[in-house]
Design a binder for this molecule. Structure first.
Ligand code: PBG
Length: 326
């Protein structure tokens, strides 16, 4: 009888019991991998559930602080900040984003004072402050790239002044990383980092986030966010952002884009962040809530898969509640 295969090889030996499985496990998820995104409200004593994200709340700063303290005690080291801006403060040029006493800079100052070793990733984009709901400046229905850059740079400077650790441009305008880096350096903020939303796709999975911020765009974002069908252009975006000075590059969303995370991992040495976005959160939460799957199991498996794909940091709404389960 011919020997058609090697009968000595039995991969199941490495899976025969828990200890063996643990000894050969390749990917280990820890709190050090997680960044917790939070939605912030103006005022005091405000707490609102995000309807499309079961279990996620928007908090005014006084109520956010104890939440952050709890997350920090569990080992969470990173926060991503997103302000909810009332309609009457929105306009064409995102004026409120440059207000040094606005919600974002106020939050940065408070959080850095209370929790100096919690690292703050502060969103830079016009959409929460824009009456057009777009990340860039709109004229005659067009998103004007180069008119947006100075607005983003001013926003970044206000955040840097307040104490941001990583300016996090999520707008996908061309050249904004270089423009912001120069602005920061010219004002002596060379130690403030830039975490670039480098490969950010025009995704339907952002739906619940836009609901949370009441920031749904007029029209779409396809002239600046990437086409979900494209893989090669993600490497172009990442390469440009690294050349322009990004310290960390992000892929967003995460779960439907694991191939992109891996491509980037294989092509650069820069740390990669992946954003497990609002729609992914709701999808996984609803599986658990409706008893369709083991809630803890699907979350752990999904976050582990994002890390296995090559992400160093994972932005996830599960961070706080999941931290002590790791
Ligand atoms: C916009 C921004 C979005 C998210 C973060 N920053 C949405 C968008 O591009 O419309 C989405 C995050 C999420 O869905 O959790 N600058």
């Amino acid at each position: 009888m011919s020997k058609a295969y090697n009968k000595h090889l039995r991969p199941r030996r490495l899976r025969k019991n828990k200890s063996t499985r643990e000894l050969v496990q390749e990917t280990h998820l820890t709190c050090n991998d997680l960044v917790w995104p939070v939605f912030m409200l103006e005022g005091d004593n405000q707490k609102q559930e995000v309807k499309s994200m079961p279990g996620i709340f928007k908090f005014s700063l006084d109520l956010l602080l104890p939440q952050v303290e709890e997350a920090h005690k569990k080992g969470i080291k990173g926060l991503a900040l997103f302000p909810v801006v009332p309609d009457d403060k929105k306009d064409k040029t995102a004026t409120e984003s440059k207000n040094p006493d606005g919600l974002m800079p106020k939050a940065i100052r408070k959080l850095k004072k209370e929790f100096p070793d919690v690292i703050l990733f502060t969103d830079v984009a016009m959409d929460p402050y824009s009456s057009d709901g777009q990340d860039g400046f709109v004229e005659d229905g067009k998103i004007l790239n180069d008119k947006t850059l100075p607005i983003l740079a001013e926003m970044a400077l206000v955040q840097a002044e307040a104490g941001s650790d990583f300016i996090s441009p999520s707008d996908m305008m061309d050249h904004r990383i270089g423009f912001i880096r120069e602005a920061l350096d010219s004002k002596n903020y060379s130690e403030v980092g830039i975490m670039s939303y480098a490969a950010k796709y025009a995704s339907h999975f952002y739906g619940p986030f836009r609901d949370a911020l009441d920031s749904a765009p007029k029209g779409h974002k396809k002239t600046y966010q990437m086409n979900p069908a494209n893989r090669n252009s993600a490497l172009t975006e990442v390469q440009l952002d690294i050349e322009e000075g990004a310290d960390i590059v992000m892929v967003k969303p995460a779960l439907p884009y694991l191939d992109i995370i891996r491509d980037i991992r294989n092509n650069t040495n820069t740390p990669i962040a992946a954003y497990n976005v609002s729609g992914e959160y709701s999808m996984l939460s609803l599986l658990g809530h409706n008893n369709l799957c083991d809630a803890h199991g699907v979350i752990l498996e999904s976050l582990t898969a994002i890390k296995r794909a090559g992400a160093d940091l994972i932005f996830t709404y599960f961070a706080k509640d999941f931290a002590d389960k790791l």
